[in-house]
Each structure stands twice: as C-alpha cells, then as structure tokens.
Design a protein around this ligand. Structure first.
Ligand code: GAP
Length: 439
C-alpha cells in the first residue's frame, strides 16, 4: 500500500489484517494504487455502516431538536468564496528541488531546510489550496470551475432558510448530515487517518448568539461520551481545547476529541464555535436573507450563532479498529474486540463437519438468526481455523453444531474474548444472543 505507517508495528499489523480480512484495500490496487485513497471491503463496509447508523440514530433520530439533510457534493463556486475556503483553506507547502517530494511546512521540525528523504534543498514555502477543482458542464454550453466540497457543512448553511421555512423549528436546533468530502492533502499517511477522499458526519447547532460558550461545552462532552458509548477505551480518549494559533478561519473556539493512536494523541472530531460567521458570509455574498424570526423575543430577526460537531467517518473507523486490535499471545491469535453493536457479524454458525445432518441443523439456525441480525455461515476448514477467522473480523459469538446436537438439540456457544464455551439449547439461541449482544 502506498501510505505505509512504517514506524508503528501495530499500525502495520492493522493494515495487513485489514487487507487479509477484507476491511480495507488501497484504491485501484491492480494499477499500483492511488495515494491516500482507500476502498472498503465486505467487512469494512459493515463496520463503517454500523458507525454511521449509530451516529444517525444518536444525533438525528433520537433527538427532537436535530433534523437531517443530504446535500450535493458539487455546489456553486461562490459558496466557497463566501465560506472563506478559496482564500483561507490552504496549508504551507514546500518541495524538494532534487526528489520533488512535497511536505507540509508545519509538519517539519522548525527551521528544516533540507529534504528529510534525500537531503536535497527545500524550496521556499508557498500556500497550497486543498480544494479539488473540476469543470461543470460541456464546452458547448460553457463550463464552470467548481470544487469538490472540502466539508459537508456548507451544504447545511446554504439551506438554512429552506429548512426553517419548510419545518417547524425553534432555536436551539441542529441540522446534521453525513457524506463525502475531498481534500488534496499535501502529506497523507497513517493508513486512513488522513486521506484525500473521506466521509464526514457533521451537525450544525443553531443557537441564540451569546449562548456559545454553554453549548460548546455541552457538545464537547456529548461527543466525547459518544465515542465512549462505542466501547472505545475511555482512558485513550480526551478533549483538547485549541490554542488561538490553531483555530480555523471560521472559528473562535474549538475542542478536539482525540484518541491515543500508536503515533500519539490525534484528532478524531472537532467541536467548534463558528459564531455567525457562515450565515453572515452567505447573507453578504448571496444577498438572500439567511436569518431567523425570533417569535419568543417579539419577532426580531436574528442571525443565529452555530456550534458545529464535525467527525470523520474514516477516522472513527480507524479509532475503533486501533482500539479493538488485540494480540492474544497466550492463545496465539489476533482478535478484533469490537463492541457487538459495531462488529460486522454478531455471530457465526458452523457445522463441525459437512456430514451426518450437521449442515442441515446449522443452516436452519443460520437462516433463523439472519432474519434478526448479521450472522455468517462458515463450513470451510478446521474448526480452529474458523475460530481464528471470526476472531480477526471481530465476531463476538460462534455457534457450533456437532454430533451431539442431533441428540441433545443443543449447540456450543463460544465467547470471542473469554474463550468460554457453553452448551445451549438451539431453541434458546435467539434469546440468549439478544441478551448478550444487547440489540
Ligand atoms: N466542517 C469543519 C471541518 O471540516 P475539520 O477539522 O477540517 O473541520 C473535521 O474536519 C473532521 O473531518 C476531522 O476531525 C477528521 O475526523 C475529518 N477529516 C478532516 N480531514 C480529513 C482527511 N484528510 N482524511 C480523513 N479525515 C479527515
């Protein structure tokens, strides 16, 4: 793979497992890959979907005060002028005059003059805009330069008036969306931590101006707790307030939810006070009224302030995978200790042998369970190999049908983490699984 986390053995093992078990592949691998772009395989897509579904459930469906949206990736280019991304969304870049490698200046030790790879002279730093530009329309009708969105948030801001006019909303309220974003990052790496195409889960919470500090604290805590609710080790999670020199051009205060990756604490999500910046800018650039009639305060028109929660889906996947990765040396196995609600499969059903009535019983049980949850049927290879396979994709429970099952109408249930094995009646499997998985 092109982005090799060479200096972190755990990350290398995680990359190898991801490929071996179908979580993630380098994009266009048969053409030697494309740097910092990844494809999710059958296991990865289930894990990622589970994370996105939980976010949607917790941020939209279970809350009365947040509505969902799904806006387009391509937007009018004026959006990005108004948002400040055309003028401000860049990183300082330098290039080696000899090997042409590019570096983010702020990722190099201060005062670095020579290329860390080949020792060649580094060129003077210049600002590099991270937005991908493309053309909209055929040449016949006249084409227009547009950008692939670098954040999903602007789709929400430009639709603020539409949502207010078409729904009964009252401050404070939020609008959330989940979708792709693109950034032409100068330096990438650490697997899917920083990629050029990724997904975001963003929520813009509109409030009365002046209530910013209170809501910023509220959302920072809520979001930190959300990661804990995914089963991620609480001691590896923290909130870190941004220093004034770290703030994005639109924000006046910000917290990051950070996770202790093998390469140090790094950002998984940002919770930012965007104030009235975005609505003010779109008001000025579009000359349309993006405001709110405050009925509770005599019908005055106000521009609400915004607290944003902005999470990366892929970074959440990486966090969950890094935290779940466990080398169980005593039992010579690698286990992905996913919380059952995130595991791609909740249970696996095995016939011990492909004969003597075992497959029939196992298939019947599998067909019954898959109506309720994600289960996998596996009859390939020795039982030990099948257990190892399920351990590596993080399946919490394995159910084995053996010779005895024909007589005692029971199966062996094996727990992924404790390796405990118990015998349970086939008829009770759905209820026992329900209780253990908590679904
Ligand atoms: N709307 C605000 C915003 O986009 P950000 O801090 O630039 O803020 C928010 O990005 C989140 O998006 C980050 O915390 C991270 O999880 C994710 N993210 C940003 N750039 C990324 C990249 N190149 N690759 C993967 N995830 C990224």
């Amino acid at each position: 793979m092109a982005t090799k986390p060479m200096s972190y053995p755990i990350m290398e093992k995680l990359v190898a497992l991801s490929r071996r078990r179908g979580f993630l592949f380098q994009s266009s691998e048969i053409y030697d890959g494309i740097n910092a772009v990844y494809d999710y395989g059958p296991m990865g897509v289930e894990l990622k979907r589970n994370i996105k579904d939980l976010w949607w459930q917790d941020m939209v469906r279970s809350r009365e005060d947040i509505l969902g949206m799904d806006t387009a990736i391509l937007m009018h280019p004026r959006v990005w002028e108004a948002s400040g991304h055309v003028n401000n969304f860049h990183d300082p870049m330098t290039e080696c005059k000899k090997c042409r490698r590019r570096y983010r200046v702020d990722h190099l030790p201060e005062g670095t003059k020579d290329c860390p790879e080949c020792g060649g002279e580094l060129a003077e730093a210049k600002q590099f805009n991270l937005m991908f530009r493309t053309k909209l329309g055929s040449t016949d009708e006249g084409s227009m330069d547009v950008y692939l969105r670098p954040e999903t948030a602007q789709g929400i801001f430009v639709n603020f008036a539409n949502v207010v006019a078409s729904n009964r909303v009252k401050l404070p309220f939020g609008i959330a969306q989940l979708g792709k974003a693109f950034r032409n990052e100068i330096t990438t790496g650490n697997f899917i931590f920083r990629t050029r195409e990724f997904e975001q889960m963003e929520m813009e919470f509109f409030i009365h101006p002046g209530e910013n500090a209170r809501w910023l604290e509220y959302w920072a805590e809520e979001r930190l707790n959300w990661y804990k609710s995914l089963g991620i080790s609480p001691e590896k999670l923290r909130l870190r307030a941004h220093g004034p020199d770290e703030l994005a051009h639109y924000s006046s205060a910000c917290y990051d939810v950070e996770y202790a990756f093998p390469y140090g604490f790094s950002e998984v999500e940002g919770i930012a006070d965007r104030g009235t910046y975005d609505l003010d800018q779109h008001n000025a650039f579009s000359k349309k009224k993006l405001d709110y009639i405050d009925q509770e305060n005599g019908g005055v028109r106000i521009v609400p302030a915004v607290i944003e929660t902005s999470a990366g889906v892929d970074r959440s996947v990486l966090t969950v995978m890094t935290d779940a990765f466990w080398e169980d040396e005593a039992n010579e196995r690698i286990v992905m200790r996913f919380s059952p609600k995130l595991a791609p499969y909740k249970a696996a059903v095995f016939p011990l042998f492909k004969k003597e009535g075992m497959p029939e019983i196992a298939r019947k049980l599998y067909e019954q369970l898959r109506r309720h949850t994600a289960v996998i049927y596996d009859d390939g290879g020795s039982i030990g190999k099948r257990y190892r396979r399920q351990d590596e994709i993080g399946t919490p429970f394995c159910l084995t049908v053996d010779h005895e099952s024909l007589n005692d109408h029971a199966v062996t249930l094996r727990d992924r983490d404790s390796l405990e094995q118990i015998r349970i009646p086939i008829g009770k499997v759905p209820d026992i699984l329900k209780e253990k998985i908590g679904l």
